[in-house]
Design a protein around this ligand. Structure first.
Ligand code: ATP
Length: 517
């Protein structure tokens, strides 16, 4: 991930007819190096910036919905006729899109890319899974080809996993031009990140806290020549949790830069930042309000709090053969529920902030590789993660912030696929649930269940709950004993001694659920 394909010194060996971004500088002032520009041999014509007829001039505080307006062509027509080339994307990057199977640009890409290529600041608002990453990565790579420079762009993301994913996307789109990225996130050895920064990558993808650490402590590293700042999941980046860090970062990067804010939801705080850091931004919004995806079937399930575990097991059985993301509100409950499910023979794996970063990535990779069919997660996984095979999202604990609902359920039904979401609503959650319905502007149907069948599960579930509690206690004690660290139970893999006692081979056979060996 770090360093990227064009390591220092490796450039000469590359035999390619495609344009490549030059590389190989020592750590320096970070100022733009003119040699960079000269080194780039770009055979194609200068990337044409196609002036959009659908320019969305927006005063800093005014909102425009780009899909509105009677003289506009119908969206379907726009999508049929536009290509990446039409948007002004240079040929080598069009080829990269093609190789990724991106035949035509998505709506947000159609809206945002021409504006970005024109040099405008952008606020991009579009539903989950609609290709927002490409909407900011393509114009940045396009501009990088035109005026190559180290430390060209910075992408801020709220979570570490998302940072890695965005880096992969930049590398996939920019592999043929030799783009180099560095992922700078917490929970990972700082020294190796300093080394990656010393190689002066073109694009840095970072979580705010660790980036500040490096800006303050890594000798020779600065972003004084930065040209592009992206805040992905901008409303989250701009909320209280990151306020101090983001303010510091904004002070350490040039005022004269392009700024892109992207998310499926925006807050008033974005407008605040708009005033503080954006210059005459264009708002590219493909929907007028917060929308959940059309192909997402959303349900709620009104149940007594004490039967939540049994209903979860019932649903996992009913929808067996699918891939699930189950959201819980706390790390503890995520871990407990993962243990409970594993005790019942499900291939479940947790992902939460109390796990080491290695374990977090390990869990995610196992789930992505379909080696585990159920990922139990806190909101650390609710934003941005692109795992196409997720079929069902279960809100086991209802989200306390209704906008999180939109992001959580957006982990399924991505890029035109279909998916399901089921939100558990207990006697304590009615008000929160009403807020969600209000936000999405929809009344959802109840998920059909057979109460008697659920009740038949309660005994075995109660036993599994007991074992899960015991295992949680054991894990807690192990953490207190530093010498006893042979088996790190972060991912529940080792806490399986009791499962067979609980299942007793009586659970309904689950299609596609591999029993744990
Ligand atoms: N033009 C395109 N054609 C086909 N697929 C695309 C196109 N652009 C992006 N994709 C794919 O769509 C999926 C979703 O894209 P992406 O992760 O950028 O969505 P997003 O809008 O950022 O979602 P979220 O709001 O959840 O972060 C990815 O798998 C990506 O490869």
């Amino acid at each position: 991930m770090m360093g990227g394909p064009g390591e220092k010194g490796g450039e000469k060996e590359r035999e390619t007819t495609l344009p490549r971004i030059p590389c190989g500088h020592g750590m320096g002032s970070g100022r733009r190096n003119d040699r960079d520009r000269e080194e780039l041999h770009f055979p194609g014509s200068h990337a044409a910036v196609v002036a959009s007829e659908r320019k969305l001039n927006m005063a800093a505080t005014t909102e425009h919905d780009s899909a509105a307006g009677s003289s506009e062509p119908k969206e379907a027509e726009v999508q049929e006729t536009k290509t990446f080339k039409d948007l002004g994307v240079t040929e080598v990057l069009c080829d990269a899109c093609d190789q990724l199977g991106w035949k035509t640009p998505t709506k947000i890409q159609i809206e945002a890319i021409p504006m970005a290529l024109e040099g405008r600041d952008i606020i991009g608002l579009a539903e989950t899974g609609s290709g927002k990453t490409g909407a900011f990565a393509l114009p940045i790579l396009n501009a990088l080809l035109e005026t190559p420079q180290r430390f060209f762009a910075l992408v801020l993301t709220p979570t570490r996993e998302l940072a890695f994913q965005i880096s992969e996307q930049f590398e996939a789109l920019g592999s043929s031009i030799g783009v180099e990225c560095a992922v700078i996130v917490g929970g990972i050895d700082s020294m190796s990140q300093s080394l990656a920064l010393a190689k002066k990558p073109h694009v840095i993808i970072a979580t705010p806290g660790r980036l500040i650490d490096h800006l303050e402590n890594t000798k020779g590293f600065n972003l004084r020549a930065l040209k592009y700042l992206v805040m992905d999941e901008a409303d989250r980046i701009l909320n209280m949790d990151f306020e101090t860090e983001v303010d510091k970062i904004l002070k350490l990067i040039p005022r004269d830069r392009k700024t892109f804010l992207f998310s499926a939801t925006m807050t008033k705080k974005v407008q605040k930042l708009q005033r503080a850091a954006l210059k005459n931004p264009v708002k590219c919004a493909v929907s007028s309000k917060y929308q959940t995806v059309e192909k997402l079937q959303q349900y709620y399930l009104f149940i007594p709090s004490k039967f939540k575990d049994s209903y979860l097991v019932y649903i996992l059985n009913e929808l067996a053969g699918n891939s699930f993301m189950v959201f819980c509100s706390t790390c503890n409950n995520t871990q407990r529920t993962a243990l409970l499910l594993r005790n019942l023979g499900f291939t479940a794996i947790p992902l939460h902030g109390q796990m080491s970063q290695n374990k977090r990535l390990g869990s995610l990779n196992k789930f992505k590789a379909k080696a585990r069919s159920i990922l139990l997660a806190t909101d650390v996984a609710s934003r941005g993660l692109d795992i196409p095979h997720v079929d069902v999202v279960v809100n086991f604990d209802i989200p306390t912030h209704s906008k999180d609902y939109i992001h959580r359920v957006g982990r399924t039904a991505r890029a035109g696929r279909s998916g399901k979401s089921i939100t558990f609503v207990t006697q304590y959650d009615v008000e929160l649930y009403q807020r969600i319905e209000h936000l999405i502007g929809k009344k959802l149907p109840a998920f059909p269940t057979q109460e008697e069948e659920v009740m038949l599960l309660t005994e075995r579930v109660a036993e599994a709950q007991r074992f899960a509690r015991m295992e949680m206690r054991e894990q807690g004690e192990k953490r207190k004993r530093p010498r006893d660290d042979k088996d790190d139970n972060d991912d529940t893999e080792n806490a399986m001694g009791v499962r067979n006692k609980v299942t007793g081979g009586k659970m309904k056979k689950r299609k596609g659920q591999r029993p744990h060996s």
